[in-house]
Ligand binder design. Structure first.
Ligand SMILES: Cc1cc2nc3c(=O)[nH]c(=O)nc-3n(C[C@H](O)[C@H](O)[C@H](O)COP(=O)(O)O)c2cc1C
Length: 359
């Protein structure tokens, strides 16, 4: 009998959870991320880089171009709302606000794991609202890759994509998160083959992401061999899911286990370089602890195509759509001013303007 698939969520046990348990868990996730300090003890590594200032950039700020095309969709700026939520009424509201803002500004967005909605169809509207509110954005579906070892297959991937008319599917990798919780799904053996199978058969591109511990050269090479279309490094330096686990731990043993890993992971900057070394042609999304447009610009200079933020957008969405729009506009302007002040006319020119700070 196949093992039953589990969500990104830590607390889900091996049988489909009841509606009220899912609601409680989703609410916990959002509450912990909004109210507790869940930051990694690691930094992103971006602090080791600085753009070279140009006093005579020979550019008009108003003509700086941050647009790009990805998977056939035009974006106004290389900004991604990282995969987060869906499932409950509150999560649906957050998704709606994020989507409205993404549509207004023209940035990309991912939804949270859709596993619960595949098993509880009444939750579908809390995800489907995103495409309704944002008909033109680059949109990513989301499922946990480990679920492919627990009974999930191509059909589930297709249904997740169809549910929100996504442009691509993100499969997330969260081995450490599964390992530091009671009853986690820890069988990651043979997963690469299954990811390869999905990449071959799914009609839309497959992207693989971490959730805050980064990507090594070895993992990047393996994923490139699987045929993934892009890797989102989700490196260390921002939200730490072992810290989220620690705050949700049912007992002292689990709490101590989770707390051990507060500084774990490969910093975001190192992760980008790892992927570029292992698979030079791979499309890279940068995320994990990015705090503003300057951080995103550094990631673009290191080789990323998009810069994603999760925790930060969640905090804005908890307030209003307007707050998210405001944050996105500020982030976009920060990228533009960075490009202006270092003399980069387009995103592609940023890489020649970044210097490593020697210590
Ligand atoms: C409330 C919340 C829920 C999340 N849920 C998911 C998820 O379902 N699937 C996923 O791939 N990542 C999920 N993530 C991880 C983020 O996409 C991201 O990789 C991670 O938080 C690091 O980014 P940050 O430092 O900007 O927060 C979630 C993050 C937050 C804050």
């Amino acid at each position: 009998m196949p093992k039953v698939a589990r969500d990104f969520d830590p607390s889900e046990k091996s049988t489909p959870p009841t509606q009220s348990r899912i609601d409680q868990r989703k609410a916990d996730h959002i509450k912990i991320n909004l109210e507790q300090d869940v930051r990694s003890a690691s930094t992103t590594g971006l602090e080791h880089y600085r753009f070279v200032h140009e006093a005579l950039p020979e550019l008009d700020l108003e003509r700086i171009d941050t647009t790009l095309s990805l998977f056939g969709v035009r974006l106004a700026a290389p900004i991604l709302i990282s995969s987060m939520t869906g499932g409950t009424e509150e999560a649906g509201e957050i998704n709606q606000r994020l989507a409205e803002a993404a549509q207004e500004v023209g940035v990309a967005m991912g939804v949270g794991s859709q596993r619960a909605a595949l098993e509880h169809p009444e939750q579908i509207p809390t995800f489907a609202i995103v495409r309704k509110a944002a008909p033109d954005i680059l949109l990513f579906a989301n499922l946990g890759a480990v679920q492919l070892n627990y009974g999930y297959g191509l059909d589930h991937c297709r249904r997740a994509v169809d549910m929100i008319q996504a442009d691509a599917l993100i499969l997330h990798l969260n081995p450490l998160q599964e390992a530091v919780q009671a009853g986690g799904d820890t069988d990651f053996a043979g997963l690469a083959n299954k990811i390869e199978g999905i990449c071959k058969k799914l009609k839309v591109p497959v992207i693989v992401k971490e959730v805050g511990w980064g990507i090594s050269e070895r993992t990047a090479k393996l994923l490139a061999e699987c045929g993934v279309a892009a890797i989102d490094v989700a490196g260390a330096g921002g939200t730490s899911w072992s810290q989220v686990e620690m705050h949700r731990a049912p007992d002292e043993f689990t709490r101590k286990l989770a707390a051990t890993f507060v500084g774990w992971g490969i910093p975001t900057a190192d992760s980008i370089l790892n992927v570029k070394r292992a698979a030079p042609g791979m499309t890279v999304f940068a995320s994990g602890g990015l705090k503003d447009g300057l951080d995103i610009a550094k990631c673009l200079a290191l080789g990323a195509s998009l810069g994603g933020m999760a925790g930060q957008f969640l905090k804005a969405a908890a307030v209003s759509t307007e707050k998210v729009v405001e944050m996105m506009k500020l982030t976009k302007r920060q990228i533009e001013v960075t490009m202006f002040a270092c003399g980069a006319r387009g995103i592609g020119e940023l890489k020649d303007r970044l210097a490593k700070i020697e210590r």
